[in-house]
Design a protein around this ligand. Structure first.
Ligand code: ZN
Length: 430
């Protein structure tokens, strides 16, 4: 491939190569319904440039003073807008050039992400068709066209924190399926996958109320969420009933005024019994206090819980049969965190042999995690807590336009910057 490098060399010259070499540990790719996200996992902050080439359509990512830790053969490809990825002749010695061959024309939106949690510095390139008209108006020569040369605007809001609560654990196995599957193991597997998915979302991060096979009482689960400043509490369970033919997912919120039906009440009793199983005596005084607190704060937090739970239910509808199309409510102890919007997701019926098998499959666990994440994300796009990155992004949107309910999971970074040249430290640092 003969690249005419004039424009790109100019933009490379504008950014001095960092003195410390950067290692690209991994290149990850995933495609959503409306876009494709490419993530480069880096050893440190980078300066970079992203440009496009036409005929055939390509996106070029140049990083000065960098190397790829893995073999180019291990680069992902063949997803969404991406046909293939490969290394190109670097524009300068020691630089890394990643060429993304597109399956169809796309506009790249790139931004750098500072380390957060277990993840290090990252460079994110989102591909979508959001600005095809702009692209069409640019020269269609073979010369790379830098998209823009400016620094990323400062987005310094905090992450939205989601407490993911794997139901049961340790001495309390939860429900047990016919094949011997323990609910406590399924809930932990799904919770971990959900945490991983949430942590990949810029502007969100998750904490687990338990991350192993041990018992945690309901009150302590809430306390852990509160200590970590959780904006939402999601408890993961897998239902069981005597009738083995019953299937489907349900989403519950707390009700202090009685359960939505007899089975919701019965379920709440079962889930609440967990504390007794773990040897914890329920304290009446606390439940009186809790109900007072609940009455005081019920308005805002209950509405939020129901809104968010409805969104999760909608998303679950696409991966599994939904047992009831509306959010159910019952007096779950684990949801009694009046100041944190909370929901309990009964992912499926472990008592049904088919669902027991499905719940054990990593693929289905991922789908459930993906659906719950989508619902929660969709809720927070519409209702971002003040001071969060989500809130800042919303403020930046033109004329405060209403955000579509079902944005692709790859689009959140789009508003951060459309710059082709940025530094990892200029945005999204904690
Ligand atoms: Zn349970």
């Amino acid at each position: 491939m003969a690249l005419a490098l004039g424009a790109c060399l100019a933009c490379m010259a504008a950014i001095a190569a960092p003195s410390v070499p950067v290692t690209v540990h991994d290149v990850r790719l995933w495609a959503g319904p409306d876009g494709t996200r490419l993530v480069l996992d880096l050893s440190g902050p980078v300066q970079y440039s992203v440009s496009t080439l036409r005929g055939p359509e390509r996106v070029i990512v140049d990083i000065p003073n960098a190397r790829l830790a893995k073999s180019p053969r291990e680069l992902p490809g063949g997803q969404g807008y991406v046909r293939k990825m490969r290394l190109g002749t670097p524009p300068a010695s020691g630089a890394l050039r990643l060429i993304v061959d597109l399956s169809k024309a796309a506009t790249p939106h790139s931004f750098a992400v500072a380390p957060a949690g277990s993840l290090g510095d990252r460079l994110v390139v989102d591909l979508d068709n959001s600005a095809t008209t702009t692209v069409a108006s640019t020269p269609t020569t073979a010369a790379p066209t830098p998209i823009a040369v400016k620094s990323a605007p400062a987005i310094d809001g905090r992450d939205i924190v989601i407490a993911v609560d794997a139901g049961h654990g340790g001495v309390d196995p939860g429900s047990i399926g016919k094949r011997g599957t323990y609910e406590k193991n399924l809930t932990l597997a799904i919770a971990r996958r959900l945490k991983e998915r949430i942590d990949r979302e810029v502007g969100m991060r998750a904490i687990l109320t338990r991350d192993g096979d041990y018992f945690v009482e309901h009150r302590e689960r809430i306390a852990r969420a509160r200590r970590k400043g959780a904006d939402m509490f999601i408890s993961i369970h897998a239902d069981a009933v005597v009738d083995r033919t019953v299937t489907g997912s349900s989403v519950y919120t707390l009700s202090v005024r009685g359960a939505s039906d007899e089975s919701a009440r019965w379920l709440a009793h079962r889930e609440n019994a967990s504390d007794l199983m773990g040897g914890v005596k329920l304290d009446d005084k606390d439940s009186v206090l809790a109900s007072v607190l609940l009455d005081l704060s019920q308005g805002a937090s209950m509405t939020a819980s129901i809104d968010a739970a409805s969104k999760v239910l909608q998303e679950l509808d696409s991966v599994s049969v939904v047992r009831r199309r509306t959010v159910q409510n019952a007096g779950f102890l684990v949801l009694k965190a009046p100041d944190i919007p909370s929901m309990l997701v009964e992912t499926a019926f472990i008592s049904n042999p088919g669902e027991e098998q499905k719940l054990s499959s990593p693929k289905h666990q991922l789908q459930l995690a993906e659906a719950i994440h989508s619902g929660v994300r969709s809720y927070f796009l519409g209702n971002p807590p003040p001071g969060t990155r989500f809130a800042q992004l919303r403020e930046r949107r033109d004329g405060g336009a209403v955000i579509a309910q079902r944005e692709p999971a790859v689009s959140i970074g789009r508003e951060l910057t459309n710059s082709a040249v940025g530094t990892a430290t200029s945005s999204l640092s904690d």
